[in-house]
Design a binder for this molecule. Structure first.
Ligand code: SAM
Ligand code: DTB
Ligand code: SF4
Length: 315
């Protein structure tokens, strides 16, 4: 989808307002035209540098501005530690290994260390993704040279609601990093979080902003807020489950050939809600015990769920 053909906000809201059965049916039709409807892509996350982040994202355990007691702050992990975690993730069935660092923007010396990690993970035969905060164009080019497959950088919410949640950077800066990543030839992973206290209109605007990118992100994570004690959003109410599934279905209609990841928040979701999200067009998840600082859905529970639903990993 290009900027010229990006749907209007009214059109997106019309999708949201469709009778639920019609919306899910349409999303499922589009999904089947572009994907094996029973295949789910598996990624595993590792926090390679945890905590002490100067940004103040209201949802995040890792900001220096919040007091999340349970957080185990670390420096950048060693290459050996990353290689071992990636090998374990591969043995657990992950196709892609995603490494996250709590930086506002990396130093060039960090980029060199992460480039070595990318090389080590690729040598295991896995796809790589990193999320390191804002990037300069030359840093994106260096990561591309190292063989990086995906860069994750989320818009998180609508431009209008953004300032309610994050005060230390601008929406435009997120868009600039996405542009640098795209220009460097790295695939884009960009999505958002539901449950920040945003309205349906904000959810529609987030999807519209993603659709306005010159090329649609290949991967779109939809996170459900994991409320973290000590953060400003610790008491934010969960999004209604039907609204959550609607958002996935609308995303499927707008991004027919992108992978839609049911990302953070699955630990608190019922199996039925996850099944509904797969029906609505979600076809990617994080697999493994941990996300970055919080627990993921239990691997054994995931196995049972996939078996009950007849889902198999993407080949
Ligand atoms: N520091 C980098 C950045 O923000 O771009 C990379 C890591 S950051 C933790 C990656 C993404 O995780 C955020 O953009 C946000 O969408 C998601 N995230 C962080 N904390 C979350 C939470 N408590 N619940 C759900 N998603 C969360
Ligand atoms: C994304 O959209 N979700 C992941 C990944 N990109 C880096 C992060 C989820 C973090 C959940 C909260 C935590 O574990 O700290
Ligand atoms: Fe830092 Fe990323 Fe957390 Fe924001 S989401 S506080 S940038 S680690």
């Amino acid at each position: 989808m290009t900027t010229d053909t990006a749907p209007s906000l009214d059109r997106i809201l019309e999708y949201f307002e469709l009778p639920f059965n019609d919306l899910i049916f349409r999303a499922q039709q589009v999904h089947r035209q572009h994907f094996d409807a029973n295949a789910v892509q598996h990624s595993t996350l590792l926090s390679i540098k945890t905590g002490n982040c100067p940004e103040d994202c209201g949802y995040c355990a890792q900001s220096v501005h919040h007091q999340s007691d349970a957080l185990a702050v670390t420096d950048l992990l060693s290459l050996d530690a990353v290689r071992a975690a990636a090998a374990e993730a591969k043995a657990g069935g992950a196709q892609r290994f995603c490494m996250g660092a709590a930086w506002r923007r990396p130093h060039d010396r960090d980029i060199e260390k992460v480039a070595a990690m990318i090389g080590a993970v690729k040598a295991l035969g896995m796809e790589t993704c990193v999320t390191l905060g804002m990037l300069e164009p030359r840093q994106a080019e260096r990561l591309a040279e190292a063989g990086l497959d995906y860069y994750n950088h989320n818009l998180d919410t609508s431009p209008e609601f953004y300032g309610e949640v994050i005060h230390t950077r601008r929406y435009e800066e997120r868009l600039e990093t996405l542009e640098a990543v795209r220009k460097a030839g790295i695939k884009v992973c960009a999505g958002g979080i539901l449950g920040l206290g945003e309205s349906r209109r904000d959810r529609a605007r987030l999807l519209q902003e993603l659709a306005k990118l010159p090329t649609a992100p290949e991967s779109i994570p939809i996170n459900a807020l994991v409320p973290i004690p000590g953060t400003p959003l610790e008491h934010a109410p969960a999004v209604d489950e039907i609204e959550f599934a609607r958002t996935i279905a609308v995303a499927r209609l707008l991004f027919p050939s992108s992978y839609l990841r049911l990302a953070a928040g699955r630990e608190r979701m019922s199996d039925s809600l996850q099944a509904l999200c797969f029906l609505a067009g979600a076809n990617s998840i994080f697999l493994g015990e941990r996300l970055l600082t919080t627990n993921n859905a239990e691997p054994s529970r995931d196995q049972q769920l996939f078996s009950r639903l007849g889902l198999h990993p993407t080949t």
